[in-house]
Design a protein around this ligand. Structure first.
Ligand SMILES: Nc1nc2c(c(=O)[nH]1)N[C@H]1C(S)=C(S)[C@@H](COP(=O)(O)OP(=O)(O)OC[C@H]3O[C@@H](n4cnc5c(=O)[nH]c(N)nc54)[C@H](O)[C@@H]3O)O[C@H]1N2
Ligand SMILES: Nc1nc2c(c(=O)[nH]1)N[C@H]1C(S)=C(S)[C@@H](COP(=O)(O)OP(=O)(O)OC[C@H]3O[C@@H](n4cnc5c(=O)[nH]c(N)nc54)[C@H](O)[C@@H]3O)O[C@H]1N2
Ligand code: SF4
Ligand SMILES: [Mo]
Length: 733
């Protein structure tokens, strides 16, 4: 929901910029070229932790060590290992350093270097030709959160709005999760995660925090050490987070709604609910109570697999604690019923009245709290609402001309891609690859590496990395706004996203004052216009903590809905976040928390449920090019219960054919006992090319839009599994 997320503030920065020198960061860095030192920065990757960093600058082109900033109290000096090793990514020998023009057939990997002027001229000519032939909507700027910097990530929208190019309904990541949360609270905001220090119990639901946002785990474990706070985790396999929890609830994929509803039943039945709070702050009703009366722990057990006795004991444990903190992740919402499940889990702290207490309540994302003014970055003042928006996750259908996906308008004939690698990460890869192979499609990819998407391009442009440009970052998983300044020079001819957008805008005749502003001016404008200080102030302070007052964060002045109440009974048609109309099968969404049986359930032909959870050392498809991460993750593999393996006649290391109607993938067997039978896990995202046969995990995932507003259900797949005869016999593409 990059589109609708308005920004916010929090910064960390030492003053090391000579402010008399405007914008030109090349000059900015000169004073440090001879003086290695740790400089403040921000991790730009697509991760809720958005860590404040300190980077050892060795020269004006090289960095050394990277560590977490101690002074930023959410980061608290802790970052993940892959970013601590960042030197191996930023100084990687395979980085793109010059513009490349395709010389061989599409996807052949044959390119020749060209200069920037020629590259931008060619891109602009192709976009203008596409516009002349099919209209402006034939061009589709396609981007995502490879960098979370607001200027570099979202500037592409200024070009698309100014040129009336096809819009972007960003569904690949947050849609079901955010919708489910906002359905309850009315706002995408939660309790400051640092309050975990005061929690009496911490529930980490549907996020493998040890892999995907280390700081959650850091704060939870600190609370356990300091005051014995128990940690509860809910997941579909015994991952690292589950292993570190005091209570690990192992659910079947896509059944968290049943578990949550069963817990709600027990809370009411055993008088553990805070009825007074519910009467004052929620839409709690006799109908809801009657609904819950039928959702017994035994009912829940039959669906989610967690024994009824365990559901009861967890409900009782929660009922005894006033300060219950629920950290709700994205993972459990990547199911076709994900929005319903997110909302159901969120109902538990609400029924407990936990929001009233410090260390109590829920947190999913703070992305709705920042309120920065992005008019100049995104060109919000020149939006034409009649322009179609295309669903990011359905890029395969769109490129293949499926009329519904195209919204019954003309084809897409030109793509301009920044910060995303759809030829690895988008669902229904067979369609995606066919679409990218279209001869009549002109594709420009601006990248740091020759990704699988770049390999399909007509024109590849080399991009800077975060330490090579200035940008502003907001902590989706916390409360800080942070500045990431340029620290070193980029290699070769790399240019930032902003420079490329401005270069294209000039050639395309796109007009907007934002094209004449530098990144630092954009940052300043976004802050000043929102009343959140200024660039200069942020540089002085280092970072801004935007933590809202207790009453607001805890919704004590009312929830975000018009009636000021938390909605146990959401109006799914009118969740405030909806920006594109209804897309998934919303008509039959349940009225109250429940198990909504729309997942891709296993059947006789496809008896396994596949979850494509994130690998620790990759971040989406990023870092799957760095030696440290490749070494740690090994080969693409499938975690399978030993008894399931036995019934298939396979042993550790055997190659498996994993397939469904969307395609087939070859994976190596890893026996793993921390799974329910019938559930398999493929930690992701390896390149397609890392798999025998060249087909990656997203061959198996679906792009059908989940309810109510679209989104890809990456962890909701039924598959069949068979032993592959031998690696030599595997088909090759
Ligand atoms: N190392 C690493 N870090 C990352 C990423 C990465 O790829 N690797 N990706 C980044 C991005 S873009 C995002 S959006 C965040 C996402 O981070 P998370 O919120 O952690 O979400 P996911 O990574 O999708 O999945 C997390 C967990 O959800 C579990 N899960 C799947 N289905 C279900 C279910 O039905 N019920 C329950 N209870 N659990 C389920 C998976 O087993 C997995 O352990 O992480 C970011 N950080
Ligand atoms: N099977 C499976 N698939 C998934 C998921 C899953 O859990 N399972 N998770 C999904 C989710 S949540 C997400 S968010 C998507 C993310 O998928 P992607 O958007 O592909 O994710 P990233 O790897 O974060 O970033 C993509 C690229 O951005 C480039 N990049 C970084 N910074 C810059 C920059 O400043 N300029 C330019 N031009 N390029 C830059 C990087 O080099 C990288 O190749 O994947 C989704 N796909
Ligand atoms: S935990 Fe996330 S935000 Fe922090 S350094 Fe690692 S990838 Fe970056
Ligand atoms: Mo994501």
């Amino acid at each position: 929901m990059i589109d609708t997320a308005i920004v916010f503030p929090g910064l960390m920065i030492n003053v090391f910029v000579d402010r008399s020198i405007r914008e030109d960061a090349r000059t900015m860095n000169a004073p440090f070229a001879t003086k290695p030192a740790f400089r403040p920065s921000v991790c730009p990757h697509d991760c809720p932790s958005a860590c404040s960093l300190e980077v050892e600058v060795l020269s004006d082109t090289r960095i050394g060590r990277v560590r977490g900033l101690k002074g930023q109290s959410y980061t608290d000096g802790v970052i993940c290992a892959k970013v601590a090793r960042y030197a191996e990514r930023i100084h990687h020998p395979d980085r793109l350093t010059e513009p490349l023009l395709r010389t061989g057939p599409k996807g052949s990997g044959q390119f020749r270097p060209i200069g920037w002027d020629e590259a931008l001229d060619r891109a602009a000519e192709a976009f203008l030709a596409a516009e002349r032939q099919q209209g402006s909507e034939a061009i589709w700027p396609y981007y995502y959160a490879g960098t979370m910097g607001l200027v570099m990530r979202d500037g592409i929208n200024r070009l698309r709005h100014a040129k009336k190019y096809s819009g972007f309904h960003d569904t690949i990541c947050t849609n079901m999760a955010w919708t489910g949360f906002v359905a309850g609270t009315g706002r995408l905001a939660g309790v400051d995660p640092r309050e975990m220090a005061e929690s009496e119990i911490i529930v980490i639901w549907g996020t493998n925090a040890v892999h995907t946002q280390v700081n959650v785990m850091h704060h939870a474990i600190k609370a356990r050490k300091a005051r014995g706070t128990p940690i509860v985790a809910v997941d579909v396999y015994r991952n690292e987070t589950m292993r570190q929890a005091d209570h690990a609830l192992l659910v079947r994929p896509g059944t968290d709604g049943a578990l949550a509803t069963g817990i709600l039943h027990v809370l009411l039945r055993e008088n553990l609910a805070d009825r007074d709070y519910m009467a004052r702050f929620t839409d709690f009703s006799p109908e809801f109570e009657a609904h819950l009366a039928l959702r017994t722990p035994e009912w829940a057990e039959a669906i989610c697999g967690v024994p009824a006795a365990e559901i009861e004991s967890i409900a009782r444990l929660l009922g005894q604690k006033r300060r219950a903190f629920f950290r709700l992740g994205y993972g459990f919402a990547r199911q076709r019923n994900g929005a319903v499940n997110m909302h159901a889990a969120l109902c538990i702290p609400t029924m407990l009245g936990a929001w009233q207490h410090r260390g109590g309540g829920a947190f999913h994302s703070n992305s709705g709290t920042f309120g920065l003014r992005k008019t100049m970055i995104e060109g919000l003042d020149v939006i034409d609402r009649s322009i179609r928006k295309l669903d990011q996750s359905r890029i395969g259908d769109i490129l293949l001309g499926e009329p519904h996906a195209l919204r019954h308008k003309g084809p897409v004939t030109a793509l301009f891609i920044q910060n995303t690698n759809p030829v690895s990460v988008a669902p229904e890869q067979e369609k995606v690859k066919k679409g990218f192979a279209r001869e009549d499609l002109f594709t420009v990819v601006h990248e740091q590496f020759k990704t699988e998407t770049a390999a399909m391009a007509d024109l590849v442009l080399p991009a800077t990395m975060f330490m090579e440009h200035d940008d502003l970052y907001q902590g989706g998983g916390h409360t800080h706004l942070m500045l990431g300044p340029k620290l070193i020079e980029p290699p070769g001819l790399c240019r930032s996203n902003h420079e490329v957008i401005v270069g294209l805008a000039r050639r395309l005749g796109a007009e907007h004052p934002g094209f004449d502003m530098s990144p630092r001016e954009h940052i300043d404008f976004a802050l000043v216009q929102a009343g959140k200080g200024s660039l200069e102030e942020i540089e002085k302070e280092g970072f801004i903590d935007t933590d809202p007052p207790f009453e607001r964060a805890h919704y004590l002045a009312g929830f975000g809905h018009r009636d000021g109440r938390f909605h146990f009974s959401p109006n799914w048609r009118k969740v405030p976040l909806a920006n594109d109309g209804l897309m998934g099968p919303w008509e039959t969404m349940p009225r109250f928390p429940d198990h909504w049986a729309v997942i891709e359930a296993a059947d006789d032909a496809h008896p396994f449920r596949l979850v494509t959870a994130p690998a620790r050392s990759f971040l989406n498809s990023s870092f799957n090019e760095t030696p440290g991460s490749i070494r740690r993750e090994g080969e693409p593999h499938l975690m399978i219960h030993p008894e399931d393996a036995q019934s298939l006649g396979v042993v550790e290391g055997d190659l498996l054919r994993v397939h469904n109607p969307r395609g087939e993938v070859i994976l190596k067997t890893t026996l793993f006992e921390g799974l329910r039978r019938g559930v398999v896990i493929a930690e992701s995202i390896f390149p397609n090319a890392a798999h025998k046969g060249g087909r990656g995990i997203n061959t198996l995932t679906g792009s059908d839009p989940a309810a109510p507003h679209g989104g890809a259900a990456f962890h909701d797949n039924r598959v069949a599994i068979a032993k592959a005869f031998s690696s030599e016999a595997c088909p090759r593409t």
